[in-house]
Design a protein around this ligand. Structure first.
Ligand SMILES: [Zn+2]
Length: 196
């Protein structure tokens, strides 16, 4: 009799709470459908294009109110009046007032902060898409350290004339960009700057 009572109790409970059971099963089916749908969507995106469509990077100019005093040149020689010699300049020089804010062109991780006599104080930032940006001739008051995560347009330091190899050019940012193979590339292809 007791067994029957137990069984009857369970059946009674299930009947009374049938909507709960149905709801639970529906929720599980719904969740599974969403997981399947989202994984299918991701896969087809990657297959269609090889590169994920979601990567759209916005680049900010590293110094506002600056004039470009030296453009990027991979082979064409430019005169370096400090060193008194002609050289390729695989960077862009932004002439600005001493202490002008220098900002990360986009979000990334600081992979190096160093200083030496020729380049002054330098910050190097690795970006998610494989590109690296490098900010040279900064003042001693560098705002970031190695390992820091920086957001786009974050202040990382200030313009100065700390780079001895370009001291004659005065206060400026010596700005360099590298592709994912470590090759120097023309920042003008990424930054919204009007040259000259
Ligand atoms: Zn330079």
């Amino acid at each position: 009799m007791e067994e029957m009572t137990k069984g009857q109790k369970i059946i009674k409970f299930l009947k009374e709470n049938l909507y709960l059971v149905v709801l639970g099963i529906s929720a599980i089916i719904f969740a599974v459908l969403i997981i399947i749908a989202s994984s299918t969507a991701t896969t087809s995106k990657v297959n269609d294009n090889k590169t994920p469509v979601s990567v759209i990077t916005t680049y900010y100019t590293p110094v506002l109110d600056a004039t470009i005093c030296k453009e990027f040149s991979a082979t064409e020689l430019q005169f370096n009046k400090t060193l008194n010699q002609w050289e390729a300049h695989k960077s862009i020089d932004f002439l600005a007032s001493a202490g002008a804010e220098v900002r990360s062109i986009t979000s990334g991780e600081v992979v190096d902060v160093f200083s030496n006599y020729l380049q002054g104080n330098v910050v190097k930032i690795q970006h998610a898409n494989g590109l690296v940006s490098e900010y040279g001739s900064l003042s001693d008051d560098v705002k970031v350290k190695k390992g820091d995560k920086v957001s786009a347009n974050a202040i990382i330091g200030y313009v100065s004339d700390s780079a001895a190899n370009e001291a004659e050019d005065g206060n400026h940012l010596h700005f360099t960009m590298y592709n994912d193979n470590g090759k120097k590339i023309d920042p003008a292809g990424y930054l919204n700057i009007s040259s000259k």
